[in-house]
Design a protein around this ligand. Structure first.
Ligand code: VG1
Ligand code: CO
Length: 544
């Protein structure tokens, strides 16, 4: 087998976003496009000769082809071993778990997460470092710098490797080890949660649940954990077979895209509990009977109940949430006497806090929750955490949430997304806000008075690195907030995200529809940012 050095030319658009490089499949299919990015990853790393890489993806279209290319490039570049998920399948949290368990050098995850898949859909690639987490900004910036200069890449000229049969084969000097996609992850879950107690709940003859994998990567994990280990009846997991195009759907676990599940949980004779995961298995949506749990509330509730769960029975070191996430977790942290950190959007910013033992639980408003058990957010982990709490407390999801509001108050929360906005218009909107919001201090809008306006800047408390321009914030004197930022995961035009939050301690006012409770703030957001005028859209495309 021959190692070929292939000449190439840089692409100018290979800047990793919030979570890796995401583009249309057709872009990744351009000659050398994938190879350039992979070689740029390798060129930005040091000391990987002879070391082990973990490789897998969410099973979307182009996953298998990309894996073959990456295997041949890893071999040509001198990796000693690649552990690849069977059939190319590894969820994002499973990859993180495997990197940590086996102490590998790093891992490559092929996913565009919740973005649609298929030949016309999206593809993505992300590098994770040896702690199991997404590469921090200094690494992604080095990768991007390299993509702008690259002039060749190395690849082994060899035939494709069998990635469907468990076991080891040689590819040039490198070992390809095909591993079971779910075993290590399942064992980790068993070490954190009280499976016996959850099984007792699920099999008590009364409790009913439904899990929707949206035809994405969590199917095999969910079948194994809920149906095989925890005794849930067959059929509990729906849409459990990973498909290359996710069955034509949008594998995003929210009230809009997980409509099958929503219909069941809000329909007649609804079960007690429902949950969905995204394309790569790191997101979760939690539903009770006729009841939706806001992701920000979910983080706060997991934190408040953590001592009921074996893996967290000794308490939490701290909580971390992304800046746009509601301040509900802050209230719990205060009550527990622990720190609550506020980081920019994206899981990579939690890595240092987790490594340093400052935070135990982390979460984002975008249906992401996780802990120090790995270095990624983890969808099924959150589902098991909820089930463990339900099994101990023997109350419904709704009762638990409402009791939480009664103690801590309710943080009404909503995110309004304006998708496929013209990029120039979106940039103008944000640029205008950047210059105008610092001057709003003291200004009144109806019942609200502005306390501060800024563009969020984060200084990592562990390594001192600074990340600027992470979202425009307007804070009001009563603790309400409006946040504006542009998505870093889309592949078409720009997506404007508007995050809205208000606080209600009065029990009598805690049962409003969030859109109603936030109506005044929604109008203020439009007044300040001129959203309708600048985007040309009269309402958001997605409300979560
Ligand atoms: C979005 C979410 C962010 C999340 C990121 C990756 O990013 O807002 O909270 O970390 O997706 O999640 P953005 O830049 O589009 O707002 V995933 O499950 O897509 O890997
Ligand atoms: Co995801």
């Amino acid at each position: 087998m021959v190692i070929k050095t292939a000449p190439t030319q840089p692409f100018t658009d290979q800047k990793p976003g919030t979570s890796g490089l995401r583009k249309k499949v057709t872009v990744f299919q351009k000659p050398h496009y994938l190879e350039n990015f992979v070689q740029s990853i390798f060129d930005s790393l040091q000391g990987y000769q002879g070391q082990t890489l973990v490789l897998g993806g969410d099973g979307r279209y182009y996953n298998r082809q990309a894996i073959q290319t990456i295997l041949k490039m890893a071999s040509a570049n001198g990796f000693g071993r690649v552990m690849v998920g069977q059939g190319g399948i590894l969820s994002t949290p499973a990859t993180s778990a495997i990197i940590r368990k086996y102490g590998t050098f790093g891992g490559i995850i092929l996913s565009a997460s919740h973005n649609p898949g298929g030949p016309e859909g999206d593809f993505g690639i992300k590098y994770n470092i040896d702690n199991g987490g997404p590469a921090p900004e200094k690494v992604t910036e080095a990768i991007y710098a390299r993509t702008k200069e690259i002039d060749s890449y190395k690849i082994l000229e060899a035939s494709d490797v069998d990635i469907d049969t468990l076991g080891e084969t040689k590819l040039g000097e490198m070992v390809v080890q095909v591993i079971d996609s779910v075993t290590d992850y399942t064992e980790l879950m068993q070490s954190l949660f009280d499976f016996d107690r959850i099984r007792a709940l699920i099999t008590n003859g009364q409790f009913r649940m439904c899990v929707d994998s949206l035809h994405a990567v969590t199917g095999p994990y969910a079948h194994k954990i809920f149906e095989e280990h925890l005794g849930a009846p067959k059929g509990t997991v729906q849409n459990g077979k990973p498909l290359e195009d996710f069955g034509g759907g949008h594998p995003d676990p929210n009230l809009v895209y997980a409509h099958d599940l929503v219909e069941i949980l809000f329909g007649d004779n609804a079960p007690d509990f429902g949950a969905a995961s995204d394309g790569d298995g790191d997101r979760n949506m939690i539903l009770g009977r006729n009841f939706f749990v806001t992701p920000s509330d979910s983080l706060a509730i997991l934190a408040a109940n953590a001592k009921l769960v074996p893996g967290y029975s000794s308490g939490l070191a701290g909580i971390a949430r992304s800046m746009p996430t509601s301040q509900a977790p802050d209230k719990v942290a205060k009550h527990l006497g622990i720190d609550c950190y506020e980081t920019p959007t994206g899981w990579k910013f939690f890595g240092n806090l987790l490594d340093a033992g400052r935070a135990t639980l982390c979460g984002e408003e975008s249906f992401g929750t996780g802990s120090n058990h790995i270095r990624e957010k983890d969808g099924l982990w959150a589902v098991l955490f909820w089930l463990n709490i339900l099994a101990v407390r023997q109350q419904s999801v709704e009762e638990i949430v409402k009791e939480h509001w009664r103690i801590y108050g309710r943080n009404y929360y909503s995110r309004h997304d304006y998708e496929e906005v013209d990029s120039d218009r979106a940039n103008t909107l944000i640029t205008n806000l950047r210059s105008s919001v610092p001057n709003l201090k003291g200004k009144r809008f109806g019942a609200y008075e502005v306390e501060y306006g800024d563009d969020f800047s984060y200084t990592d408390p562990i390594d001192g690195s600074v990340s600027q321009k992470q979202g425009v914030r307007i804070g009001f004197t009563d603790g309400s907030r409006i946040v504006f930022r542009l998505s870093g995961t889309g592949t078409q035009g720009a997506t404007l995200r508007v995050y809205l939050e208000s606080y209600e301690s009065n029990l009598a006012k805690q049962n409003l529809d969030p859109q109603e409770a936030l109506a005044e703030l929604i109008a203020i957001a439009d007044e300040i940012a001129q959203i309708r005028t600048l985007t040309g859209m009269d309402k958001p495309t997605v409300i979560t």
